[in-house]
Design a protein around this ligand. Structure first.
Ligand code: ADP
Ligand code: MG
Length: 385
């Protein structure tokens, strides 16, 4: 990214001192969709799209932040007795400061300059990447260290409690703990995780359908309620069941037959998806990209037919990828009703994939998709300048 080369100088021009620079990546989820709020398994990878936060100390108790992406600045008083969100981008930055101070750290004042190449609002989690990079910047600026998992939790709580977005821990976790060339299987209940090797000759290809249907948040809440209804019913016969994570397909067949048909299908998606993530981890450990790809296809079908969170554009993009050369697997990724698909593509076929899938999708829908290509990337850290 060209702007990155000039980033340290831009900091000096703006603030007059030379900065340290921290970086945190966005992410894509390879498999395990709508499992996080059911205490289940997800499998994201960090991607080569990042937010960089440059930082230098100030003598007073203020934070100043300037986003190069938005060409907008904001200021925050670290001694403010009850800081409130402003309902703009600065909440992601100052929310992290608020949570750090609530956790008992006394932060030093700082000047911050922010630059990102994670597309904003595209489902690649620019929000987690700006939070995590800010967290590292503020802590290091104060001379404090933190464990990556602790930082992930803190950034999640900034997004939940200051920004006001009810997200799970996946995005912040993978931004902190990702490894180059690896996917990460996360147990959303225990936060245990396993790093899994991706085949060296495949890339992650993310296709943005360029649609976001208005249904998304209302339907999301309905799905959560349907999962809860399933749990209440199943827990009558199976008292150990606290979440759909605790249910097997055999349990569901045996004890779920009197559930409303719709709730049964919602539960079947979550239960089968958890099983698929575990199987997918095994496939990566064996180096079996074809098996991994088949699980991605099954995941998409389950999200489309049982969970009903896909849409014609996502189905179209997955279908087109299925006809392209060198594709191991394709599925929708993220909450659904628009957004992106994730494709596992042999690296030598990427240019052709972008050309054909891009052209055919545009032909079919009239929308030009954005296509992002990345290896699985390293989690957050300091950038040596
Ligand atoms: P996503 O996480 O999928 O990109 P979100 O809506 O969760 O979408 O987060 C996007 C928001 O995060 C942006 O609207 C903006 O407020 C904030 N943000 C992310 N990156 C930056 C940046 N570089 N500069 C300013 N704000 C940013
Ligand atoms: Mg986000």
């Amino acid at each position: 990214m060209k702007a990155l080369e000039e980033f340290p100088k831009r900091f000096v021009d703006r603030y007059g001192s030379s900065p340290r620079i921290f970086r945190a990546p966005g992410r894509v989820n390879l498999i395990g969709e709508h499992t996080d709020y059911n205490d289940g398994f997800v499998m994201p990878a960090a991607i080569n799209f990042n937010t960089w936060v440059a930082v230098a100390p100030r003598e007073d108790r203020k934070l100043t932040a300037y986003s190069e992406n938005l060409a907008e600045g904001a200021e925050f008083d670290l001694d403010a007795p009850s800081p409130r969100p402003r309902h703009d981008w600065s909440d992601y930055v100052f929310g992290v400061a608020v949570m750090l101070q609530q956790a008992g750290e006394r932060l030093r004042g700082a000047d911050l300059l922010i630059l990102g190449d994670v597309p904003l609002g595209a489902g690649l989690s620019s929000s987690a990447s700006i939070e995590v990079a800010t967290g590292y910047a503020l802590l290091n600026n104060t001379g404090l260290a933190i464990e990556p998992v602790a930082l992930a939790k803190l950034c999640q709580s900034a997004e939940n409690n200051f920004v006001g977005m009810r997200c799970g821990i996946m995005d912040q976790f993978i931004s902190c703990c990702g490894h180059a060339g690896r996917a990460l299987m996360l147990d959303c209940r225990s936060l245990d995780y396993r790093l899994l090797p991706l085949p060296p000759d495949v890339s992650l290809v993310i296709c943005n359908t360029m649609v976001k249907h208005a249904l998304a948040s209302g339907e999301y809440n309905k799905r959560r309620a349907e999962c809860e209804a399933g749990v209440s019913r199943l827990a009558r016969d199976l008292p150990r069941v606290r979440a759909l994570r605790d249910v097997t397909l055999t349990d569901l067949e045996r004890y779920g037959r009197d559930l409303p048909e719709l709730v049964f299908r919602r539960c079947r998606h979550v239960v089968s998806e958890n099983a698929r993530v575990l199987e997918a981890a095994g496939a990566l450990e064996r180096g079996d990209a074809a098996a991994f790809g088949r699980l991605m296809a099954e995941s998409h079908r389950s999200l489309r037919d049982d969970y009903e969170v896909s849409c014609p554009e996502l189905d179209m993009m997955v279908d087109l990828a299925g006809h392209a050369q060198g594709v191991f697997g394709a599925r929708m990724t993220g909450g659904g009703f628009g957004g992106c698909t994730i494709n596992l593509v042999r690296t030598e076929h990427i240019d052709e994939f972008k050309r054909t899938v891009g052209r055919e999708y545009e032909h079919a829908t009239g929308r030009e998709p954005q296509i992002y290509v990345s290896p699985a990337a390293e989690g957050a850290g300091e950038v040596q300048t």
